[in-house]
Design a protein around this ligand. Structure first.
Ligand SMILES: [Zn+2]
Length: 74
């Protein structure tokens, strides 16, 4: 199935690597989020090397530009 779909998922569940707390967040379509503070333990997550944003590293769904096949932040 190589059909390109333009449907973008904006809701991603981000999971804290420290405490395991998961929160559903709506991703911005026009910007990347580099930092995300865990609502449970306060840990500030940053993208892993090679990832462009915290959603790509810790979310269930990569960020919208990646879903569209673009790189967002270089
Ligand atoms: Zn946490």
């Amino acid at each position: 199935m190589a059909t390109q779909t333009s449907e973008i998922t904006l809701l991603s569940t981000i999971t804290c690597p420290d405490c395991g707390h998961a929160a559903a967040e709506t991703m911005p379509t026009d910007a990347c989020q580099w930092f995300y503070e865990c609502k449970s333990c306060g840990t500030v997550m940053k993208p892993k090397p090679g990832d462009c944003c915290v959603y790509c590293s810790y979310g269930t769904v990569p960020c919208p530009p990646i879903q569209e096949g673009n790189s967002c932040c270089g």
